[in-house]
Ligand binder design. Structure first.
Ligand SMILES: NC(=O)c1ccc[n+]([C@@H]2O[C@H](COP(=O)([O-])OP(=O)(O)OC[C@H]3O[C@@H](n4cnc5c(N)ncnc54)[C@H](O)[C@@H]3O)[C@@H](O)[C@H]2O)c1
Length: 337
């Protein structure tokens, strides 16, 4: 049994609390910390079986009984809390992204060297049943050499312009998951990135300095070509699909739906919309990723998504932003840190 503490009780902190309490049998949450801890959250956490709540995460870091922490707080706290947690000897599960600043991520990389600490980054989609099956088909050689990877990733609703302004922009907030997915499916890093982007969904996002629509082409180090298409609003819901085409064949996924029922009548043939957003679509993957983290701690194995996997998509996001600013393909080697 691994005793854990959760830092941050917002949306994703609650997701991880729920999935650990319900599905991760060999982990126990001792304490949840959030500076804005209130009675409602406290009451909910107690009902889930969490022993303690507090406002200051140092209480978790100073607790010798707690072996691991999940950093689920706001993005700007991830790298500083990671460094403190590593210094305190805690294993760390850190939500994405580790930071937007590559120098700060490198400090985490350095701190981990020789520490024996397990560090996992919350790129949950690798653990999704559909994307994991696509990866398995590639690993089993069923599509042969990978030539083309296509990722469709469209949100059902755009974020507020205020959120867009502080989130690091679409590439570092949303596309970062797709950058991770491209690396995961290709089995290697990207060499070059070129972006065509636009503001087609909400002019306020453009006024906040961000984009809401993009097609990104990538040349991967193994020669494969990848394309990611992003929109901040798909009228029909959360569109999350991947296709991998290779020398022997192709593997592709459809969206998850509430049911597979298809109604055929005089008006036409209709089925369910995709599940609404990440809380509906990815719950299984959130539980599976934490199970993997606990397994790595208990069995002293590598985590499935390590610190380098946390760094590379940020590098790709920065290259994507540069491509937009300079209207040209950008080599990853141009991003110096
Ligand atoms: N993997 C995913 O699919 C996924 C999904 C959503 C969010 N996230 C990531 O999780 C992080 C949190 O996102 P969210 O949507 O839960 O945001 P949120 O605003 O709902 O929650 C963040 C919480 O962190 C708390 N917090 C801030 N500083 C803290 C500190 N020093 N100690 C403890 N708690 C602190 C806030 O009070 C808030 O309750 C973001 O970095 C986001 O990128 C990942």
């Amino acid at each position: 049994m691994v005793t854990v503490g959760i830092i941050g009780a917002g949306r994703i902190g609650k997701v991880h609390t729920e999935s650990i309490c319900n599905y991760v049998r060999n982990a126990k949450i001792k304490t949840v910390a959030d500076p804005f801890m209130n009675e409602t959250t406290e009451h909910w956490l107690k009902s889930m079986g969490v022993e303690n709540t507090c406002k200051d995460y140092h209480e978790i870091l100073n607790d010798p009984e707690i072996q691991a922490v999940l950093i689920c707080s706001s993005t700007n706290t991830h790298s500083p809390i990671s460094l403190e947690a590593i210094a305190a000897g805690k294993h760390v599960f850190c939500e994405k992204p580790i930071d937007h600043d590559l120098t700060k991520i490198k400090q985490v990389v350095e701190a981990l060297k020789g520490s024996g600490i397990k560090y996992q980054v919350g790129f949950n989609r690798r653990h999704d049943h559909n994307f994991a099956a696509v990866k398995q088909a590639i690993v089993d050689g069923k599509v042969g050499d990978v030539h083309i990877i296509k990722i469709t990733s469209r949100d059902p609703e755009p974020p507020s312009a205020e959120y867009a302004a502080v989130s690091g922009g679409m590439f570092l907030d949303m596309t970062i998951h797709d950058f991770d997915m491209v690396r995961f499916l290709a089995g290697c890093d990207a060499e070059e990135i070129y972006v065509q982007s636009a503001v087609l969904v909400d002019p306020a996002i453009g006024e906040a300095g961000d984009v809401d629509t993009a097609v990104i082409t990538l040349k991967m180090e193994n020669g494969a070509i990848a394309v990611i298409d992003n929109s901040r609003r798909a009228a029909y819901g959360y569109d999350q699909r991947a296709e991998v085409f290779g020398s022997k064949g192709m593997v592709a996924t459809a969206n998850d739906t509430l049911s597979t029922a298809v109604l055929s009548n005089a008006e036409g043939v209709t089925g369910e919309k995709p599940l609404y957003f990440f809380l509906e679509r990815y719950m299984q993957s959130f539980a599976t990723e934490v199970k993997g983290f606990i397994h790595a701690i208990e069995n002293d194995t590598d985590t499935l998504v390590g610190v380098e996997d946390g760094l590379k998509p940020v590098l790709m996001g920065i290259a994507a932003k540069k491509s937009v600013e300079e209207h040209r393909p950008v080599k990853l080697s141009e991003i110096v840190y």
